[in-house]
Design a protein around this ligand. Structure first.
Ligand code: SF4
Ligand code: SF4
Length: 146
């Protein structure tokens, strides 16, 4: 019959027109983000021991870090992620022995300038080492060794 295909197509169109919508008006409305979502990285600098295991685990060489020896410990001075190479695979997070690196639920990481895209999680100067702090650090390590 002539026009049979057209009628069939219109039937589907009307059926879908009245069915519940799957799309939402972003950014006014957002779907809930799952707890295990791989969003923007966060780094707990107090937990980080600057071991570099996260950088070694990364297949795309996204992570670069710099450290400085302060007393007996390594002090993280710079931690930058070239996020545009990141696969969000999570190998870096899993490899961290101190549970310092995490994913957050932040999905919006767009920037206007390319130079702003790298994720600078730490950029700071190492504290000056005084003779007193050296002694205190060595006493602490002696106690830990006992
Ligand atoms: S999520 Fe994967 S690709 Fe991204 S920084 Fe971590 S290890 Fe590298
Ligand atoms: S693996 Fe963890 S503790 Fe080691 S440098 Fe990376 S974030 Fe810091």
């Amino acid at each position: 019959m002539f026009g049979k295909g057209l009628v069939k197509g219109m039937q589907i169109t009307f059926k879908e027109f009245w069915s519940p919508k799957a799309t939402i008006q972003y950014p006014e409305h957002q779907n809930p983000i799952p707890d295990r979502y791989h969003g923007r990285f966060t780094l707990d600098v107090d937990k980080c021991i600057a071991c570099g295991m996260c950088a070694n685990a990364c297949p795309n060489k996204v992570i670069s870090l710099q450290k400085q020896k302060v007393g007996t410990k390594q002090y993280l001075t710079n931690y930058v992620m070239k996020i545009y190479y990141c696969l969000f695979c999570g190998l870096c997070v899993e490899s961290c022995p101190k549970d310092a690196l995490h994913f957050s639920k932040v999905i919006n990481m767009n920037q206007y300038h390319f130079s702003d895209i790298p994720l600078v999680l730490v950029q700071r100067e190492a504290p000056a080492v005084t003779a007193e702090s050296e002694v205190a650090a060595s006493k602490t390590s002696d106690k830990e060794g006992e």
